[in-house]
Design a protein around this ligand. Structure first.
Ligand code: TYD
Length: 215
């Protein structure tokens, strides 16, 4: 019989617009946990599994992407998530690991529900079906004004903007507002941090909040 892990697994998701600095802060939070002897697994959405990475390609790089309707987009994002939950997250939590996820179900609530205007109920139902009982213990929203986020996107050395990154200011304003509204409604799960502060101070704030909340 497998041994019960000595520590409880935890799922912490990171949310925010493009260019909010999620990946930097995920790496820094992972280092804090590792320093105190915790095993950490980091995942990204969409993707994080072989099947999920293929779905990601359809969503962001498909040449016919501009014809994709919002419903299809929702189902593809949640399909990738369903795979990630069963293949990676659930087994890791069972081993007592800390899972840090770059985006999770709140991305669908905000991007497809609020910004793309799909009705909230079906989005919530599809999200629930995809994740089953695996809800985040904590969700960290890195909040940055839309202008800052778009300016950072432009500076990224990488290739041409992908399909999601070509959206307009109005779309990103809805994304930002959407996260703030969600966080306000579920203060016990959400932590909102100011993404315009220095990387060091954001790191400190996140680590102290996480320690306090996960006691
Ligand atoms: P990615 O390149 O990972 O962007 P980021 O570094 O900002 O996370 O691309 C993910 C894109 O997909 C991003 O624009 C957000 C969007 N997205 C959704 O619209 N719905 C979702 O459920 C998820 C997970 C992502």
């Amino acid at each position: 019989m497998p041994q019960k892990p000595k520590t409880a697994g935890r799922l912490i998701s990171f949310e925010g617009s493009e260019g909010s600095g999620k990946s930097t802060q995920i790496a820094r939070l992972a280092a804090h946990f590792q320093k105190i002897g915790r095993e950490v697994v980091t995942t990204r959405e969409p993707g994080g599994t072989e099947i999920g990475e293929q779905i990601r390609n359809i969503i962001v790089h498909n040449s016919k992407g501009d014809e994709m309707c919002a419903e299809t987009e929702l189902l593809l994002f949640t399909a990738a998530r369903a795979q990630l939950v069963r293949e990676v997250i659930t087994p890791a939590l069972g081993r007592g690991v800390i899972v840090l996820s770059d985006r999770y179900l709140d991305s669908s609530t905000v991007y497809q529900g609020i910004a793309r205007n799909l009705a909230a109920d079906p989005v919530a139902q599809v999200n629930r079906f995809a994740v089953g009982s695996i809800m985040p213990d904590l969700t960290i929203v890195i909040d940055v004004p839309t202008e800052v986020s778009l300016a950072r996107l432009k500076q990224r050395a990488s290739d041409l903007p992908d399909r999601m990154e070509r959206e307009n200011v109005d779309f990103y304003n809805k994304v930002r507002e959407g996260y703030l509204v969600l966080a306000k409604g579920m203060p016990e799960r959400f932590i909102v941090v100011d993404g315009t502060k220095t990387e060091d101070s954001i790191e400190k704030k996140i680590w102290s909040e996480v320690q306090a909340r996960l006691k």
